[in-house]
Every structure is written in C-alpha cells, then in structure tokens.
Ligand binder design. Structure first.
Ligand SMILES: [Zn+2]
Ligand SMILES: [Zn+2]
Length: 308
C-alpha cells in the first residue's frame, strides 16, 4: 500500500522523516542540473555560468577548510533555550570562514563570468571583513531594494557553502522541527521552493527546501507555506500537465512558491529549476501574486514581485 500524506496529517503520524539533511553532493548534483537545463534554454549562458558556480561550491564544500569550526555545544544550547533555530543567521555570520570561501569561489568562477563581472570581482576581493559582513546581511534579505544583482548572488553562494557545512556538523537531536513551520528549523531562512519527493511505495512527500542551508522539512501537501491556509491553494504551470515546476499560489495571502517535482524527475533541483523557470515568476506577477521565498542566487527585477 502506498503511504500518502493527507492535509492535516503530521510527519510523525505517517512515519515520514520530518527532516531531510542536505546531500553531501548537493552542489555537484546542482551543477549537473544547471548544465542539463542550459541546453537550448533562452538563458543558456547564464545557466551555464551558474553551473560553474555550483561546481565551485562543491569543491569548497568537499575541501578540508582549516578555518572551519563546528558549532559549539554551549551556543547550540543557548539557541535552543531561546527558542531559536540552532544555526540562525545572526549568530553565525561573525564567524569569518565564509569570507575565505567567498574569495576562493571568486577565483574559481572569474574565468567563466561575463566581462562585466570582472571589475565587480576585483572590488569584492579588495573589500574588508566588516563590509563583507554587511554585504552578507543584505544578500540574505530577500526583498531588500538595495540588493546588488551581481554581488549578492556571489556572496550568497559562499554563505550557502558555509551553512551547509555548519548544518552537516549538527546532530539530529540539535534540531527541533515544529509542525507546520514556514521557516527552516535549522537556520530560520525562508524556503526557496517546495519539493515533491517519493516513488514506488512512498508517494506525495512534500518538503520545503531551505534556500541557505539546503535542509528540507516536511509540510502537509495542500497548505499555503506562507500563511498556513488550506483552502485557497491553486496551481499554475508554464506548459503541460507533466511540468516539473509549478507555482503553488494562495488566494488568501496572494503569495506563491514554486513546487519542484523530484517525483517526476529525480534530477530536478529546487534552486536550479527555479532559476530556469523565471518566466513563470513573471507570469505569476502578472496574475497579481508575490513570491514568498527568495532564491538567494538571484536578485529579481521589477517584473517579479516578492512578498517580504
Ligand atoms: Zn536552513
Ligand atoms: Zn497563503
């Protein structure tokens, strides 16, 4: 018999894992997906570049970084007592290893970027630590009008590597998963997309995918991830019924988040497939819906609306 999650049913009731930790190969899988999605795409050059960036992220993640320190038990305990996610952004930005990751990522992607990126990279390399930290805070704010479309995605790519590494160092016991939770129970970030998993005996498993630490947490299938409404959820897709990416929109709060169907294509990736379907975001803006969770690797223009 197939295990299917119904609205209102919790992960525990259905014996479904509440949390899916990031794959140790998350960035190389993403790099392959970008390369695949780039073929024949109107934004081919951009997606190819993003594939190079993801490949460089994987090299960084796999490298043994001597500057990296696993989260300290006392700090994790403090966060827990304060009712906060263990790797909430505020508490861990001051750790500087992410800035070293950024410098190495910049060196790796510079030969693959467009000419206009070179002076930006040169300026970033010469930026001092405090200014980089300020840039990190800006890059993590989804709808900040001051976000920089070239700088912020590069900064966010380094932060993703750092947070995936921090998250991998956590024990499962360090993480409390409230049900339902609109924000990542590991780092408190908004989801970049929801992801449908499942095949064979277990189908219809819906998770939200963190845009920073790549953790996924379970959510009932038919429910607005932004305002928790269960009634007014409608779906939009750019083309056919079998679309791997659809937009799940809520008529209560007029927000939407994309649903990426790994159950239809196991190679689909919430970050790469999101960036390859920006035309769907524009269509949603035209329908009057605002996006509820940002993709940290992309700064939208005025043709895409954001909810917060
Ligand atoms: Zn997270
Ligand atoms: Zn809603």
């Amino acid at each position: 018999m197939n295990a299917v999650v119904h609205p209102g049913e919790t992960a525990a009731q259905a014996e479904i894992p509440a949390l899916r930790r990031a794959s140790p190969q998350v960035f190389s899988e993403r790099a392959r997906r970008f390369a695949r999605l780039a073929q024949g795409h109107p934004m081919e050059a951009y997606l190819v570049f993003m594939g190079h960036l993801a490949a460089a992220q994987q090299i960084e993640l796999a490298a043994d970084d001597p500057g990296f320190a696993a989260p300290e038990h006392d700090v994790l305990l403090q966060m827990r007592r304060a009712g906060r996610p263990p790797l909430a952004v505020d508490g861990w930005l001051r750790a500087r290893p992410w800035q070293h990751v950024l410098l190495r990522l910049l060196a790796a992607v510079a030969p693959h970027g467009p000419a206009l990126m070179r002076p930006v990279i040169d300026r970033l390399v010469a930026t001092d630590e405090d200014a980089l930290e300020a840039m990190a805070r800006r890059a993590l704010r989804g709808a900040d009008p001051m976000r920089d479309p070239v700088v912020d995605p590069l900064v966010a790519a380094a932060l993703q590597v750092h947070w995936v590494r921090l998250a991998a160092a956590l024990d499962t016991d360090d993480i409390v998963v409230p049900q339902p939770s609109p924000l990542c129970p590991v780092c408190g970030s908004a989801p970049v997309a929801s992801v449908m998993h499942g095949s064979g005996a277990v189908k219809g498993l819906r998770y939200l995918h963190c845009g920073l630490c790549e953790t996924e947490w379970h959510l009932s299938r038919i429910r607005c991830s932004h305002c928790d409404d269960e009634k007014g959820v409608v779906y939009f897709a750019a083309d056919e019924e079998q679309a791997v990416v659809r937009a799940e929109a809520c008529e209560s709060c007029h927000s939407y988040l994309k649903v990426v169907h790994c159950d239809k294509d196991a190679a689909a990736d919430p970050v790469a497939d999101d960036l390859a379907s920006l035309s769907l975001d524009m269509a949603m803006a035209a329908e009057g819906f605002a996006r509820s969770g940002p993709n940290l690797l992309f700064v939208p223009g005025e043709d895409i609306r954001t909810a917060n």
